[in-house]
Design a binder for this molecule. Structure first.
Ligand SMILES: Nc1ncnc2c1ncn2[C@@H]1O[C@H](COP(=O)(O)OP(=O)(O)O)[C@@H](O)[C@H]1O
Ligand code: SF4
Ligand SMILES: [Mg+2]
Length: 339
């Protein structure tokens, strides 16, 4: 029997700017992550990935506001809970989040061990610093990090080591769900690989029960996560297994994302460098109908007016387009032939 670690049903959230404008950054997003599984979320910058990550934790503070939907973590519905209660009982333990660029946000005047003390002392009252040090040392050793790092300041560590340290700190309380937001961006290729290897090891070693990996590079997720969702303009446009989404995307946006990056990983060498023309829409006034219409080569007049339904493509695979899968595939093959 599988246990669902995170279930989100039709979650919508928005920012309210200081000019009192609404930014509809997450629109009716549903997802599920089972125990022992990892989910990748891909999409260009500004598509709402980080906002979705913040929204999933149920920890809302202005300018971000909850609108509707359910968030169920390890069987507990946390939607609508008081943010203070969420901070004390949910964050770090049930769900942990490594924000984008977290490694650069470490206070430079404090040693790594002090960040660890903060996390543990926030949740456990009767624990002394010597015990915390021993626990931290063991954690670092298990995760393949040198324990000497505990006595260093953030500026004394390389980017890759700093990021791996941040990841180690985030799993101190053994969270059920870990969300890593662009954890390997801004690192060199070797450090990127080490960070990804460490994230994969966390589940095998029992530090976390499930993981969400966010990136703007869809091909990067291949070999890292089990399933992938592609997000565009605050909405999910396609979901499938990692292999299906990377090698056989159905939605025109997923197809475009696959063609836009080269990742020097086995099997992905043939990906061609072609950016998707145009930019995502302004989420203050999202377009009616399909939000990708402005940039889609297959756009039809009805795409701009009807609410586009999700279609099933077998095996739990889902995509959101008015064109049936077979027709899209035929169009992709035609394009291939004329290249
Ligand atoms: N603090 C904020 N206030 C208002 N709008 C925001 C704020 N943060 C992000 N946004 C907007 O929300 C949308 C989604 O942003 P974000 O979640 O950061 O996307 P991603 O992580 O995919 O790059 C964008 O249109 C962005 O401009
Ligand atoms: S619904 Fe229309 S505009 Fe949107 S992806 Fe499909 S064909 Fe393109
Ligand atoms: Mg982001």
């Amino acid at each position: 029997m599988t246990t669902t670690m995170l279930e989100v049903n039709e979650l919508s959230t928005k920012y309210i700017t200081r000019f009192r404008e609404d930014v509809y950054a997450v629109d009716k997003v549903s997802l599920k992550v089972e125990e022992g599984k990892s989910l990748g979320i891909a999409g260009e910058s500004g598509c709402g990935k980080s906002t979705l990550a913040l929204s999933l934790m149920g920890y809302y503070f202005p300018p971000l506001h909850y609108t509707s939907g359910d968030i169920i973590i390890n069987g507990k519905n946390i939607s609508g809970l008081n943010p203070d209660h969420v901070r004390k009982t949910i964050l770090g333990k049930e769900i942990a989040y490594i924000p984008q660029a977290a490694m650069n946000a470490l206070n430079p005047t404090r040693k790594i061990i002090h960040f660890i003390e903060d996390v543990i002392l926030e949740h456990e009252m009767y624990v002394n610093k010597k015990d915390i040090y021993e626990r931290a040392k063991k954690l670092f050793e298990t995760l393949g990090l040198p324990p000497e790092v505990l006595q260093r300041y953030p500026v004394e560590l390389s980017g890759g080591m700093k990021q791996r340290t941040v990841i180690a700190i985030s799993v101190l309380l053994l969270p059920k769900v870990l969300i890593a937001d662009e954890p390997s961006s801004a690192l060199d290729v070797t450090s990127q690989k080490m960070v990804i290897k460490m994230l994969k090891h966390l589940m095998e070693a029992g530090f976390i029960s499930s993981m969400i990996f966010i990136t703007h590079e869809l091909p990067l997720l291949y070999n890292v996560v089990d399933d992938i969702m592609v997000m565009y303009a605050g909405q999910i446009v396609e979901k499938g297994t990692s292999h299906e989404m990377v090698f056989d995307p159905i939605h025109p946006y997923s197809k475009g994302l696959m063609g836009s990056i080269i990742v020097p990983e086995e099997g992905l060498r043939d990906v061609k460098l072609t950016a998707i023309p145009g930019v995502p829409p302004n989420l203050k006034k999202p377009p009616a109908g399909c939000r990708f219409a402005e940039r889609c080569k297959f756009v039809r007049p009805e795409c701009r007016v009807i609410s586009v339904p999700y279609r099933e493509a077998g095996n739990g695979r889902v995509y959101r387009c008015i064109i049936p899968e077979a027709e899209l595939r035929e169009a992709y093959s035609r394009e291939e032939r004329t290249k």
